[in-house]
Design a protein around this ligand. Structure first.
Ligand code: NIG
Ligand code: FE
Length: 466
């Protein structure tokens, strides 16, 4: 018996050793185009610069201990580091492009159930605000969330996380806001924390208690704002469950005054603002955001000269969510005017059950090109470095730079990088690498044949996944 146990122990240790050994270093070689490389990392890209994407053709990318350690041309590789790298540590990306993973800086992907009935109501002619007034919309999701256990909510959300990872997202911001009372808001925030602790994707968490006025505070909006300020924010902050604070500052939801009160309360606890602004009306949300040095103001479908003026010279990232404008049939946000005025622009999915039931950032790029008239290079900047900025991550994510976290994806064989936003319905991502490891952790079809034989074969993923 003892012999059997120690045999299994040795096998187990060998697996761990192989895993560490195999994944400590990874070389991706023969890359057709390595996208968004930076010698001198920038924290965001503005105006005209957005139409430029640094690319290395016939490139390599070297990853060590989960970080990008080097990159350059294949010619440089042959002269230098290649000799010391073993076959099983290499992926061949011939004919393929390597992108930094998408950073999705605005989602509500922790939610219960779905709302396709409202989708049909909208087709029949009801507006988003009319549906909300009838107790649908956010309040409908709040009811479903209340009736769902924390474990079930985690399972539903984990499936969405696996989905967006396979679609190329390597960093995601997730908001609360379907709780609308202390217990249920905490339930959402704990699920976000569980995602953070159990998946290799980078996660930032935002407290959005002021997403809608809950049914039991109908007609008493200010009282609910008091609850958010006095009862929710202190607990959320004490339990360290949020990085940022958000308010839905728009017609029919929260006013500029409510927003200012909530932001000031959150800022006392070190929570920086990210605001839902100017989606349904010229709400003053953009100006409130820049006044309080928000990290981002998001949506911006109703933006004119005053909003653009207020963003110029600020540190606030205008973040556009073309998926929700498309899904709700809203006017498109003026991306071209913003970029032409010299502003940076980020884009995110807004993944949520009511206005954007998709977290597909490749589709967001296509919508940016098709609807917002942004160039392929501009949309790539908007979903990588600029969206990394909009979630406080541009030092570590959003580009291919030495020392940054090795979150990248390898495409299928495609003719050009412009093909990504162009082929809007095709799934073009073949291999996802998060923190330097393939995800899910299975041997890729790209891994060299020799490596897959015998000793060099990487171990299977742990039983039962994560
Ligand atoms: O960003 N605009 C406010 N909140 C979400 C929609 C939430 C919902 O309808 O469930 C958004 O679009
Ligand atoms: Fe949103």
């Amino acid at each position: 018996m003892e012999i059997i146990t120690s045999f299994f122990n040795i096998c187990y240790l060998r697996q761990i050793f192989l895993r560490l050994y195999t994944y400590m270093r990874l070389l991706v070689k023969n890359i057709k185009g390595l996208i968004q490389t930076e010698e001198k990392p920038r924290n965001k890209v503005c105006g005209k610069d957005m139409s430029v994407i640094p690319i290395i053709s016939d490139a390599y990318l070297l990853i060590e201990n989960g970080l990008i350690s080097d990159f350059g041309t294949m010619e440089e590789l042959k002269k230098g580091p290649e000799k010391s790298i073993k076959a099983h540590e290499a992926l061949d990306a011939s004919g393929r492009f390597v992108f930094p993973s998408f950073c999705d800086s605005h989602t509500h992907l922790v939610y219960a159930g779905s709302r396709e009935i409202e989708f049909t109501d909208k087709i029949r002619g009801l507006s988003y605000e009319e549906i909300a007034k009838r107790g649908g919309g956010i309040l409908n999701s709040a009811k479903k969330l209340h009736d769902t256990s924390e474990d079930d909510l985690f399972e539903q959300s984990a499936a969405r996380i696996n989905e967006i990872i396979s679609q190329g997202t390597g960093a995601v911001e997730i908001k609360s806001g379907y709780g609308l009372n202390l217990d249920d808001e905490l339930k959402m925030l704990r699920v976000i924390k569980r995602i953070k602790d159990n998946f290799p994707i980078e996660v930032r968490s935002t407290f959005l208690g002021a997403h809608a006025v809950p049914a039991d505070y109908k007609g008493r909006r200010e009282k609910y704002v008091d609850v958010v300020i006095n009862e929710m924010i202190p607990v959320v902050a004490a339990e360290e469950l949020a990085d940022y604070i958000d308010v839905f500052c728009d017609k029919g939801f929260f006013t500029m005054e409510d927003t200012e009160r909530i932001l000031m309360a959150g800022m006392k606890y070190g929570l920086r603002a990210k605001i839902h602004a100017n989606e349904l009306d010229y709400s003053g949300g953009v100006q409130t955001g820049t006044k309080y040095n928000a990290l981002s103001v998001d949506h911006l479908e109703r933006s004119g000269d005053k909003e653009i003026e207020s963003l110029l010279g600020s540190e606030t990232m205008p973040t556009l969510l073309p998926g929700s404008a498309f899904f709700l049939g809203l006017p498109d946000p003026p991306a071209r005017r913003m970029i032409d005025a010299g502003l940076p622009v980020a884009m995110a999915s807004d993944y949520n059950p009511g206005s954007s039931p998709s977290g597909n950032m490749k589709l967001v790029m296509s919508l940016g090109c098709i609807r917002l008239k942004m160039l392929p290079e501009e949309v790539i900047n908007a979903v990588t470095i600029n969206s990394a900025y909009a979630m406080g991550l541009s030092d570590t994510h959003g580009s291919i730079a030495r020392g940054k976290v090795a979150n990248v994806f390898i495409t299928k064989e495609i003719p050009s990088y412009e093909f990504m936003p162009y082929a809007f319905g095709s799934d073009l991502i073949e291999t996802v690498i998060l923190k330097g490891e393939e995800y899910p952790p299975t041997p890729s079809s790209l891994r060299s044949e020799q490596a897959l034989k015998g000793e060099d074969k990487p171990p299977n993923p742990p039983e039962g996944g994560l």
